[in-house]
Design a protein around this ligand. Structure first.
Ligand code: SAM
Length: 301
């Protein structure tokens, strides 16, 4: 179903199910030989949501690639391993540099507030829709997980006035912040993406940092890939067409937008990020849309 203003979801429907999808990939990536990541909460969270296809993937009775021979589905686990590690390292580097406030925009089933070794005094804010955050908190409490930092869940839609909600939860705009927008931008309308960065910029004290990733063609090619994968996964009963959840339209490239707002920006292509972790990104045509993705980090001067 296409997007609508003010649409809502839980972790088993619409945009929320994409959080379950990527958590399933983290669960698989965490149990590979020589893993890049260790997310012990991904599998129990995916099982708690209960989307049959993803539960089977984390239980090992199905794989993402079972109905795909292009290589793109198989690569999903590697892409998520590298992406997760990139954002993990971003937060750990920021903490090592003395940043004590972190905001995870669109946190989904991200468990960094529970699994990263945050320094004393760190405070991690997570923003996502209410049903997403409530479900995750309850599911993690059920398995006895406790946050490894001060943890504040801010239930608000990122198309609405989220800075007010963030402030109301104790966000301090006078100290530097580490922000992540992981797996988010294509799910926002293009103007909401610009507004998101406007808000982040306005809330960022000097020395703040930001990490995100995006597709330079605004997700058109990645949308085709997502549609093909969704069609294959529907054979296994997962009937959300992920490409329908993307907002189409021209977008300002985040690197340009942020540079214009006083951020020192650097980007790396996905093969470069892979290489930084000693991994090789494949060369097949089916992987081209995934290859073009850019990982961005920025520092507010
Ligand atoms: C692909 S998932 C990524 C989740 C998480 N960042 C990760 O990488 O595991 C997309 C997430 O964006 C959230 N999201 C998308 N649009 C949103 C909006 N307008 N307001 C709040 N959350 C949103 C969804 O609820 C979902 O959790």
């Amino acid at each position: 179903m296409a997007r609508a203003e003010g649409d809502r979801w839980d972790l088993a429907s619409s945009v929320g199910s994409t959080a379950t999808m990527v958590a399933a990939a983290r669960a698989v990536a965490s149990r590979e030989p020589d893993p890049l990541i260790d997310d012990p909460y991904a599998a129990p969270l995916v099982r708690a949501v209960g989307i049959d296809f993803f539960t089977k993937v984390v239980d090992g009775t199905l794989t993402f690639a079972d109905s795909d021979d292009s290589g793109a589905a198989r690569l999903m686990t590697d892409v998520m391993a590298v992406r997760t590690r990139f954002f993990d390292d971003f937060f750990l580097d920021a903490a090592a540099a003395g940043v004590r406030q972190a905001v995870i925009l669109a946190s989904g089933l991200d468990s960094r507030a529970y699994r990263l070794p945050w320094p004393d005094g760190a405070c991690v804010f997570e923003i996502d829709q209410p049903q997403v955050l409530e479900f995750k908190a309850a599911a993690l409490a059920d398995i006895g997980a406790t946050p490894s930092a001060q943890h504040r869940a801010v239930a608000v839609d990122l198309r609405d006035d989220w800075p007010a909600a963030l402030r109301a939860h104790g966000f301090d705009e006078t100290v530097p912040t580490a922000w992540s927008a992981e797996g988010l931008l294509v799910y926002l309308p293009p103007d909401a993406q610009d507004r998101l960065f406007d808000h982040v910029t306005a809330l960022s004290a000097p020395g703040s940092r930001l990490a995100t990733e995006y597709h330079p063609d605004a997700g058109a090619s990645i949308g085709e890939r997502a549609r093909a994968l969704s069609a294959q996964w529907s054979d296994h009963g997962f009937d959300v067409d992920v490409a329908d959840l993307f907002y189409p339209g021209e977008r300002t490239p985040p690197a340009d937008y942020l540079s214009g707002q006083g951020w020192q920006v650097s980007t790396r292509t996905r093969p470069e990020v892979f290489a930084g972790y000693g991994r090789t990104f494949g060369t097949g045509d089916a992987l081209a849309p995934l290859r073009d993705s850019l990982a961005l980090t920025a520092v507010k001067s």
